[in-house]
Design a protein around this ligand. Structure first.
Ligand SMILES: CC(C)(COP(=O)(O)OP(=O)(O)OC[C@H]1O[C@@H](n2cnc3c(N)ncnc32)[C@H](O)[C@@H]1OP(=O)(O)O)[C@@H](O)C(=O)NCCC(=O)NCCS
Length: 159
């Protein structure tokens, strides 16, 4: 593994839209429309965070809290910034904030061939709980459903 990248994790805001949209197009075969990045700012149940250095966004993690479940919909790190612990840093922050907002567990779907993401989530104690066969339109890959239980925040613990 390479050296850790100095970055901070912060709530996703309007000034992050352009960078996050660019990273998304670099990372996914089914990139989101820019409109989706704008809409993400309006969802009350969203728990969306970005990793950034002093000048730009390095990655983002978007999810929603519905009742007591946090579901991550999108997580990506700029291709030039990988293996520096950025995804781990964002994930840790998002899971902690989700627990503080009352979530008891976190769900995610991962392409079966996405070794990097599977390893990342397994490192956070996510367990495989199911498979959706040939789920993804692009490539026809299976989706692996993963879940981790969140640590209950201690009394007085804050974000
Ligand atoms: C998956 C992704 C977010 C990982 O981001 P990252 O910042 O490089 O990940 P980190 O450096 O925080 O790695 C944390 C752990 O994940 C695992 N991991 C990350 N990249 C890996 C790779 N290429 N191969 C194997 N394991 C990997 C390792 O266990 C790593 O811990 P280690 O570095 O101590 O070995 C990044 O590769 C990415 O953006 N991929 C494209 C988008 C994507 O697939 N998103 C996930 C959708 S579910």
């Amino acid at each position: 593994m390479s050296a850790r990248q100095a970055c901070t994790v912060a709530p996703y805001r309007s000034e992050h839209i352009e960078d996050a949209w660019l990273i998304d197009r670099l990372c996914f075969v089914d990139p989101w429309l820019k409109r989706s990045f704008i809409e993400e700012l309006k969802a009350a149940c969203a728990l969306n965070r970005v990793a950034a250095d002093e000048s730009r966004v390095l990655g983002f993690c978007f999810g929603r809290i519905i009742l007591d479940e946090y579901t991550i919909h999108r997580l990506a790190v700029h291709p030039a910034q990988r293996r520096h612990g950025i995804a781990a840093c964002m994930l840790q922050s998002c899971l902690r904030h989700a627990a503080l907002r009352g979530a008891l567990c976190c769900h995610i779907e991962v392409r079966s061939g996405n070794t990097a993401a599977l390893r990342l989530y397994e490192g956070f104690r996510f367990e495989r709980i199911g498979t959706r066969t040939a789920y993804y339109r692009a490539g026809g890959e299976d989706a692996i459903l993963m879940r981790c239980m969140l640590d209950t925040p201690r009394p007085g613990q804050s974000a």
